[in-house]
Ligand binder design. Structure first.
Ligand SMILES: [Ca+2]
Ligand SMILES: [Ca+2]
Ligand SMILES: [Ca+2]
Length: 317
């Protein structure tokens, strides 16, 4: 196997993908190794594996081997090093039964997740979407009934300040009293009151006959967790007065220039969309070379000599 890569990394899992390998006896299985120890096996038709149960803020090395029907194994693939995110531990939420009703589909910004799982709690925190402060997004939740349509209540919770709970102001982002409505549509405004930017947890709950709380076990219904990447409003970028710092061009191919009336150097950090730091340093001459980054969305955080921080979403071409 070649081109082993990791993506969608969260606090406890990562998605491994690789290119197929060839074998004179054909490949039967791929074997996945974590830190040199066999972790799992998938059939040859599958070129991906979710390594779950990882610890947060920890670095792991993964490689994959192919195995033919005679248990001859190939050379190992390239090794990928993955550092899990430092995600808070959230209160447990579960359901005793999903037999009669569960969440079939959640649509929010770029998340569109249709599921048929019967677990009371489904962890989709590896699915994420960018959201911008002071912007309103629709959320659409489609219930699934296995027989009779029951009255379902809904709650959506977001840990905007990333402190591990859903108890701060504006963190109950949507509720709906029990009904047979399908799909259920609401709108969620990303508050500007919190300074935090980066990945946050969103929890969606469908509960039979009442409005749910974010924690604990319900009798009937389902819980699904997701990740939102909160970004500052890009409106600040257009404003180039003496107090602001901005970057251009955006989208950028090679060199980011910093525009600022504050004549000082900046330290910078660039994050990918799951909040991992991909580039850090000090800007020499207010220029940052980003030519080595892969194409995609990033967040750049600039800190000037006075400690003032400016955060901007950047598109790398
Ligand atoms: Ca579901
Ligand atoms: Ca919170
Ligand atoms: Ca709190």
């Amino acid at each position: 196997p070649t081109n082993l890569a990791a993506s969608n990394t969260t606090g406890n899992q990562t998605l491994l993908t690789w290119n197929a390998s060839t074998d004179e006896n054909e490949v039967e299985n791929y074997i996945i190794f974590k830190n040199g120890v066999q972790l799992g096996t998938v059939p040859a038709t599958k070129l991906s594996y979710i390594a779950s149960g990882l610890s947060g803020n920890t670095t792991y090395n993964f490689y994959v081997k192919a195995e033919d029907p005679y248990a001859n194994s190939s050379e190992q693939s390239n090794t990928v090093s993955v550092t899990t995110l430092n995600v808070p531990n959230y209160c447990a939420a579960n359901s005793n039964s999903t037999t009669d009703e569960r969440i079939k589909r959640v649509q929010f910004s770029n998340i569109d997740n249709t599921t048929s799982g019967t677990a009371g709690y489904e962890d989709f925190s590896y699915l994420s979407t960018d959201v911008v402060k002071n912007t309103t997004y629709d959320i659409t939740i489609t219930p699934e009934w296995k027989g009779t349509q029951f009255n379902e209540g809904y709650g959506v919770f977001v840990d905007w300040n990333n402190d591990g709970d859903f108890e701060d102001a504006d963190e109950i982002v949507f509720t709906k009293a029990p009904s047979k409505t399908t799909p259920v549509v609401g709108s969620i405004k990303v508050p500007e009151t919190y300074t935090y930017t980066g990945p946050v947890r969103m929890r969606v709950i469908l509960k039979f006959n009442s409005i749910p709380s974010p924690c604990g076990t319900i009798n009937y219904g389902q819980i699904e967790d997701y990740t939102l990447n909160v970004m500052n409003s890009t409106l600040a970028v257009a404003n180039t007065d003496a107090t602001t710092t901005s970057v251009y061009p955006n989208p950028v191919r090679d060199i980011i220039s910093i525009q600022s009336k504050v004549n000082s150097e900046f330290s910078y950090k660039m994050f990918n969309t799951v909040g991992q730091v991909v580039l850090t340093g000090n800007s020499a001459g207010k220029k940052i070379n980003v030519s080595k980054l892969t194409v995609g969305n990033y967040i750049i955080e600039l800190t000037d000599k006075e400690g003032k921080v400016t955060t901007t979403k950047i598109i790398k071409q």
